[in-house]
Design a protein around this ligand. Sequence first.
Ligand SMILES: NC(=O)c1ccc[n+]([C@@H]2O[C@H](COP(=O)([O-])OP(=O)(O)OC[C@H]3O[C@@H](n4cnc5c(N)ncnc54)[C@H](OP(=O)(O)O)[C@@H]3O)[C@@H](O)[C@H]2O)c1
Length: 286
Amino acid sequence: MIPTTQPNNSDYTNKPIIAFIGAGNMAEAVIGGLYASGHPTSRLRFSEPYEPRREYMESKFPECMSATDNNKVIKDADVVILAVKPQVLRQVVADLIFESNTLIISIAAGIRTTDILRWLKTPQPLVRCMPNTPALIGEGAVGLYATDRVSEAQRDTTVGIMSAVAKEVMWVDKESLIDTITGMSGSGPAYYFLFMEAMTNAGISAGLTPEQAKALTVQTCLGAAKMAQQSEDDLATLRKKVTSPNGTTEAALKSMEAANIRQIIQDGVLSAERRGKEIADEMGRD
Ligand SMILES: NC(=O)c1ccc[n+]([C@@H]2O[C@H](COP(=O)([O-])OP(=O)(O)OC[C@H]3O[C@@H](n4cnc5c(N)ncnc54)[C@H](OP(=O)(O)O)[C@@H]3O)[C@@H](O)[C@H]2O)c1
């Protein structure tokens, strides 16, 4: 939830002016995260063509500058975040007019930096970013790839922005790894939801109420994730520690291993990665 007051921060001028093109879910999450971290609202802007959505965002962030004209919000901005759907990105980018070394961060899933740079009128520093939906509650995992023109200071700025909505912010030095990250953390929340659905259904079919089954499943997922994060043991060791010989956990894991669960998950991640590359090929086509 976005707090009603911002933390004190008198040193406003060293904060970048950040303009969002597209004020949808992701933009709302990042603006909300920046707001909560004390980024001055006078240095946050957004453009959004859809009037009800723009009005909603204006009521939520009344001090941010807003517009329908994308070029109006990017004027004098230090950072421009492309937060529109991939399908409209090309047209949006082709119409933007930059006057300086403004950093562009694209969160549009699947679109390659070579395509965005080709569509731009001017050669800008560009970062490709892959967030995930937990960013909407400040728990995101983000992959980043920087093109040649991005300075160290701009890298730091990017990390600062994404840290407002993510607990894990990671640079990769090969852009193809962003497709891998898409298949892991980008699409990953859905894999965990599927696993939790299946576990919940098992509990319901054995007689628990849906509420009981969901509560136990979700807390188990959260607890296991926190243990994995906080423990010095690796994942295999953690698994072995809860698997007593001939016990209940071992029975479950044997059944899952017999169904080849590891291969199923790996194949799933690789399918997402492959699909990401296909979408990038389709979207980037001349
Ligand atoms: N949501 C996620 O969890 C997530 C995760 C990873 C990556 N992403 C990526 O982040 C990007 C944004 O996703 P989202 O979920 O925030 O999408 P979204 O809620 O649909 O937001 C996109 C916004 O951009 C607006 N827009 C459309 N055309 C525009 C234009 N020409 N100029 C300015 N704004 C325009 C849209 O308005 P209209 O409604 O009028 O079209 C919409 O409000 C996507 O590329 C998505 O792939 C999202």
